[in-house]
Design a protein. Structure first.
Length: 125
């Protein structure tokens, strides 16, 4: 069950980042495609799966490992989602949007670093 959650999580990361980058490019181009219903709903579903699978792995009872690195991942994913929300919704100009986008990409990279090293907050060292 844990392995399935891990594979679901990694798949959700890839899809989330691809959709986020696609939506960001469309936003900078002021494209009408952003108004498509599927493009408004799908990223939220994917990010929910991303966060839920991370939380599932954090609280999985039969897994013996230090939960600190998984908790670090949950924090990183949450900050990725918030940065992405800033870039796509809250930012009022393209400069702020680009900063939000870069922050989101940095958070996902730092979170991937934690995931591969299994060291909590290893990106701070």
């Amino acid at each position: 069950m844990y392995q399935a959650a891990m594979h679901l999580h990694v798949t959700a990361v890839v899809i989330s980042l691809a959709l986020f980058s696609f939506r960001f490019a469309l936003l900078l181009k002021s494209s009408d495609i952003l108004q498509k219903k599927w493009l408004k709903i799908t990223p939220h579903v994917v990010d929910t799966i991303l966060l839920a699978s991370a939380l599932f792995m954090l609280f999985y009872p039969d897994r013996e490992f230090a939960n600190a690195w998984v908790a670090s991942k949950v924090i990183g994913v949450t900050l990725y989602i918030l940065s992405g929300f800033f870039a796509l919704k809250w930012a009022k100009n393209n400069r702020s949007r680009v900063i939000g986008f870069l922050c989101a990409v940095i958070w996902i990279m730092l979170t991937a670093s934690v995931a591969t090293s299994k060291l909590p907050f290893s990106f701070l060292m």
